[in-house]
Design a protein around this ligand. Structure first.
Ligand SMILES: Cc1ncc(COP(=O)(O)O)c(C=O)c1O
Length: 403
């Protein structure tokens, strides 16, 4: 029996959800089960079990189910599916909710491989996609077609961090019979009340803050009762499952996620303010920072105590890509790598214009993305200081403007 978690504060919930409660004796954590085959003592038991989830390893086990329970409790979902990556959680959901002839409204700031899936496999099977401006709000109605079945949001957006007006978009989508699907990775399951905002399916790359230690890939599909069977049916047909080892890593990450987020958030605020004060930086893209783009909607819809450590910085137009590369190369504590959400700080140059079809011109200046990790923030600032010194030492060259 899992405990009733409804009354608890979030920190308590993350510590106890998916565990068996006071009556339990034995190891605190569920055992890590590695199993493909499940054995039955006789034919009668085999027959009795047929049709239930526990008859074969792909259907999950005690370790994966503990994680599912904990994640449902954290985000207030009715059901949870665990997939081998964040991207597979997105593709599975879209395949489950769309059929040939349907239309999808996809936010232009979506994680780029999501776009590849829409323009590739979905298109091949006769599902069309229109990309929309993340700041469209209630005007999403102007893009809805009779066959629009899903509106997909990602807020803040990948690389450029626009905050979407989710309740306004949800209202229009629902009024016209479409579902609202969200890539909620930045928010994490505890950073907002996704279902209260109007989201029908909330997807996470658990690879990021849930696992939290950069040692496993995983995706999560959380939803309400109404869509549980539809999503599970596609998930089963695609043959998806995750290992007990990865489930245990994610469960371990989840236990400390709110404590980690508190430090990510606090250091990220300090780093964002420091970056904003550098003369070469035109704009810091970190919605939790007062005065940043999207802050008002972020404050309305997100839980401020669980903001994460991912942000962007836009340089002045006269700063060159070479100068940004010199900055990034000089830092010692910020690793150069494509993920985020682990305990460590990361930094990469970004070029959003190369993967946008709406308002791409807006993003022509050099940019970088930073993940502020759990190192001492003083050390991180000193590291960035050294990086900016390298940027300043590198001779500025005029930006080549495309003809
Ligand atoms: C916003 C967002 N969604 C989804 C994903 C995909 O997650 P995964 O790498 O686990 O497939 C990522 C990965 O970077 C991401 O940043």
């Amino acid at each position: 029996m899992h405990q009733n978690t409804q009354e608890w504060q979030m920190d308590t919930l993350l510590t106890h959800a998916g565990r068996k409660g006071k009556a339990h004796s034995g190891p605190v954590n569920p055992p890590v089960i590695r199993a493909s085959t499940m054995l039955f003592p006789n034919v009668a038991a085999l027959r009795q079990a047929t049709g239930t989830r526990g008859i074969y390893g792909r259907h999950g086990n005690e370790t994966t189910q503990a994680l599912e329970h904990a994640l449902c409790a954290a985000e207030g979902a009715a059901s949870c599916l665990l997939t081998p990556s964040g991207l597979s959680a997105i593709t599975t959901t879209l395949l489950a909710l769309l059929k040939p002839g349907d239309h999808l409204l996809m936010v232009d700031t979506t994680y780029d491989p999501t776009r590849l899936f829409c323009d590739g496999m979905l298109k091949q099977i006769g599902i069309s996609t229109t990309y929309y401006d993340p700041l469209i709000g209630a005007d999403i109605g102007t893009l809805m077609q009779a066959n629009t079945k899903v509106v997909f949001v990602e807020s803040p957006g990948s690389l450029t961090f626009e905050v979407q007006d989710i309740p306004a978009i949800a209202k229009v989508a629902h009024a016209q019979g479409a579902l609202l699907v969200s890539d909620s990775t930045w928010a994490t399951p505890i950073g907002w009340s996704s279902f209260a905002l109007g989201i029908d399916v909330s997807i996470h790359a658990a690879t990021k803050y849930i696992v939290g230690h950069s040692d496993a890939l995983m995706g999560i599909i959380l939803t309400t009762t109404a869509l549980t069977d539809t999503l599970r049916c596609t998930y089963k047909q695609l043959g998806l499952s995750i290992s007990g080892d990865d489930a245990a890593l994610a469960l371990r990450g989840l236990r400390s996620m709110s404590a980690r987020l508190a430090m990510h958030r606090s250091s990220a605020h300090t780093v964002a303010a420091w970056l904003q004060a550098q003369p070469e930086v035109a704009e810091v893209l970190y919605p939790p920072m007062p005065g940043a783009a999207g802050h008002a909607i972020w404050k309305r819809d997100f839980r401020p105590e669980y903001a994460c450590g991912l942000m962007g910085a836009v340089f002045r137009r006269d700063i060159t890509e070479q100068q940004v590369a010199a900055l990034i190369d000089r830092t010692q504590l910020f690793g150069i790598g494509f993920s985020w959400g682990g305990y460590e700080s990361l930094i990469i140059p970004t070029a959003p214009a190369t993967c946008r079809t709406v308002n791409a011109n807006k993003w022509q200046a050099p940019m970088m993305r930073l993940h502020v990790g759990l190192e001492s923030v003083q050390d991180l600032l000193a590291d960035l200081e050294a990086g900016f010194a390298a940027l300043r030492e590198t001779q500025s060259q005029p930006i080549k403007v495309a003809a």
